[in-house]
Design a protein around this ligand. Structure first.
Ligand code: GLU
Length: 458
């Protein structure tokens, strides 16, 4: 065991020494490699074939200038990234993130997680990730279009339906995918539906892709609850974030009878004693692209107009994890839930935590949940529903077919339940029952490792 730990420590040390300015990537690698010892004890051939060293090194990194002209006529220069991490199981697959915090380390952490997540879905998908430090907030549709066209002008050389298939992530939704697809189609003079996923269902997208990540996270959490003899019905749920994942996690949790009491954005959180009003949340965030404070103002105004007491409270700058909850679904962004937040949630009786975002819990938070016996579902398992339905979108594009919402949702449910059961079975097999983190990492890793071994040293 200790000998294997030394091997793993050496790989981590080399990753840190090579790229010292990528803390999120180091964190993701440490978190995964920290659980792999028992699998490597059983499969020393993976170590001998250098699988670990190859797993932590992207197959290809593309970094490019993205020049565009804003509405005021000024030239803006952003940075574009695509990290083609691992193609053992299929074409590189993973989203694009447009957010000012994006840098190479962030994209590498996301790409690394994506490799194992995509492996867990059981679909033939490799792993990659991309994006830009472009901030879409406050930009006009025309600016977003010009930026997206410039971004795709370079990216188009590196992607393709058998090569690399991007999709959305933070800051990239239906509007952005539309502009990116349009530019790809124009540059290639061909209608390659399968080159991007997250498309509008009217022109090649899959029904239920918009809902898939949030729905999938709740389906995964429901399986976790079932294992503890619980359900969503009547439970208090806190969901951080107010973007695509949070909105559809709210929708699904409510459909299962949960009381979703709060959601958040980067300025604060809103508590709604009557339960989050899903239609208002969608109107404010999806249609108007406004702040959550607008949700609180509207809700208060409509209560006042109907003469009822205001049940909504907006806490500017507040910490959503201060609220007592039975179930917590972090659906905002990386490292949003700290060890101190985990201690508060534990003190307040949280039973199940499932990550809708990528790596939202810090290592300290994760350790605290596990030590307290809280069921903890890591993002690479719990939020795999988004990329899983992207895989189903690719299947529909390849066969020129279009499935109903119900067909896609039924497949999504099967995939999430299968991932849940694989995590638990793997945790059992390695003598750590209930450890979803170890189960997800080892199950995701071993499939990739077996395949890399079969393909030789490439
Ligand atoms: N960005 C999503 C994720 O983190 C989805 C990627 C995709 O659909 O390719 O998994």
């Amino acid at each position: 065991m200790s000998q294997m730990s030394n091997v793993l420590d050496a790989v981590v040390a080399r990753v840190v020494a090579r790229d010292p300015h990528e803390p999120e990537f180091h964190q993701a690698v440490r978190e995964v490699l920290g659980t792999l010892s028992p699998a490597l004890e059983r499969h020393p051939e993976y170590v001998e074939a250098g699988i670990l060293e190859r797993l932590v090194e992207p197959e290809r990194v593309i970094l490019f200038r993205v020049p565009w002209v804003d509405d005021a006529g000024h030239t803006q220069v952003n940075r574009g990234f695509r990290v083609q991490f691992n193609s053992a199981l299929g074409p590189y697959k993973g989203g694009l993130r447009f957010h000012p915090s994006v840098n190479l380390g962030i994209i590498k952490f996301l790409g690394f997680e994506q490799v194992l997540k995509n492996s867990l879905t059981g679909l033939p998908l490799g792993g990659g990730k991309g994006g830009s430090d472009f901030d879409p907030h406050g930009r006009s549709d025309a600016e977003v279009m010009r930026f997206a066209q410039s971004f795709m002008t370079e990216l188009s050389r590196h992607i393709g339906e058998q090569v690399d298939v991007p999709a959305g992530d933070i800051g990239v939704g239906g509007r952005e995918i539309g502009y990116l697809f349009g530019q790809y189609k124009r540059l290639n003079n061909s209608y390659s539906s399968g080159v991007l996923t997250g498309k509008n269902p009217e022109w090649g997208g899959s029904l239920a892709r918009t809902q898939a990540t949030g729905y999938g996270t709740v389906i995964f959490a429901q399986e976790m609850l079932r294992g503890r003899g619980l359900s969503f019905d009547g439970r208090r749920v806190t969901i951080s974030g107010a973007g695509n994942v949070a909105i559809y996690a709210t929708a699904k949790a409510q459909a299962l009878g949960a009381h979703v009491q709060a959601v958040s954005d980067s300025s604060g959180y809103v508590v709604d004693e009557d339960g989050i009003d899903l239609e208002l949340l969608r109107q404010v965030k999806e249609v108007e692209r406004a702040r959550l404070s607008v949700y609180a103002e509207r809700r208060a105004a409509s209560s006042a107009a109907s003469g009822s007491a205001t049940a909504v409270r907006y806490v500017a700058g507040g910490n959503i994890w201060d609220l007592p909850a039975d179930i917590a679904l972090p659906c905002a962004t990386q490292n949003e839930l700290t060890e101190a937040d985990a201690e508060t949630l534990i003190r307040n009786g949280v039973q199940v935590v499932a990550e809708g975002a990528n790596m939202p819990s810090t290592p300290g938070a994760l350790a605290a949940f596990q030590a307290a016996g809280v069921s903890f579902g890591p993002g690479k398992a719990a939020n795999a529903g988004g990329v899983a339905v992207s895989g189903l979108e690719m299947a529909q594009n390849a066969s020129r077919d279009h499935w109903t919402f119900e067909q896609v949702e039924a497949k999504l449910t099967d995939i999430m339940v299968a991932i849940h059961n694989t995590c638990l079975a793997t945790a059992d097999e390695y003598g750590t029952p209930g450890n979803y983190v170890l189960g997800a990492n080892i199950a995701g890793f071993t499939k990739v490792a077996r395949t890399m071994l079969a393909h030789g040293v490439i």
